[in-house]
Design a protein around this ligand. Sequence first.
Ligand code: SAM
Ligand code: SF4
Length: 325
Amino acid sequence: MRSLTDQHGRVVRDLRVSVTPRCNFKCTYCDPLGMGHQEPVGTVSVADVDHVVRAGAGLGLESVRFTGGEPLLRQELPEMIYNAKRTPGIHDVAITTNASLLKRRLPELLAAGMDRVNISLDAIDPEAFRLATGGSIKQVWEGIMAVMEAGLHPVKLNAVVIRGINDGELIRLAKLTEQLPIHMRYIEYMHLNNAGAEEYQRSFMPGREIRARVEAALGELTPVPTDPSAPARLFKVPGWQGAIGFINPVSEPFCGACSRMRLTSDARLRPCLLTDRELDVREALIAPDPIPAIQEQFLIAAHRKVASGITTPLERPRTMVAIGG
Ligand code: SAM
Ligand code: SF4
């Protein structure tokens, strides 16, 4: 079997699929399209996603994560999960969600075979949460409790830390790990196309400062052995149930261990988050024999993965919603 190995020897095993650019939240660091009544023209269909996942699995892809935008706005998400779960070679199917609709939709996601959930949680205090996301913590919290009760372990919670917006919530978030067996992970704010340079510099908080603040409040953290290809470095407060993680894509880019590829909501393969070297797979999707045609695109995309962090500005900047964070 041909495999998706790039020219730096890294094997691509994980596919992130943005199933919609729409979102019902307005996080300060993101740039969602808003709700709209329907998906924009050209958004990937259930069949498109199925073909891309099958093509990738034929080249050694092992896991798929559905994201967006807000993936739970996509009615057909359970169908996509069901198809991915039944694709030979794919053994892990997950979603990344803001959890606002999670409690309501969880039964159909579980019935489709979803394995895991990552949830964005930027704050716990209701006012701080509203300031950071424009949404309501109540529904999100109910969603978090619902997945925990369903036994999907580990539930990973992610907070993008923005100075002046949610840095006052760092300790409250870390304290969740005292009683809950969750992973609470802090993500460094990445400069995509949504803020001016000065505003970004003011808002960015490096992972080492976040960790220093957590340790100043809770004592020294002890390292937890972690899969080297995982983006988070994990730690614990000794004796507490959960783990605290740091994802530092800006100050400590993890390109060297990257095993990821992305399918954007408008059907482009994106080899790296920080480059705009995308490949349109539309033609391959309508080819008489789409699977080998898409596989050719996968192989080209794998060759376009870069070795390490990019410093040149993007020609075609896009925020996370279409790319699939
Ligand atoms: N709506 C879902 C959610 O918020 O979990 C899924 C899509 S969201 C774009 C996926 C992830 O990207 C979230 O964890 C979010 O916090 C992260 N993200 C978005 N913009 C970011 C930025 N500028 N820097 C760092 N992470 C970002
Ligand atoms: Fe929506 Fe997720 Fe972006 Fe927040 S991070 S605006 S929830 S897509």
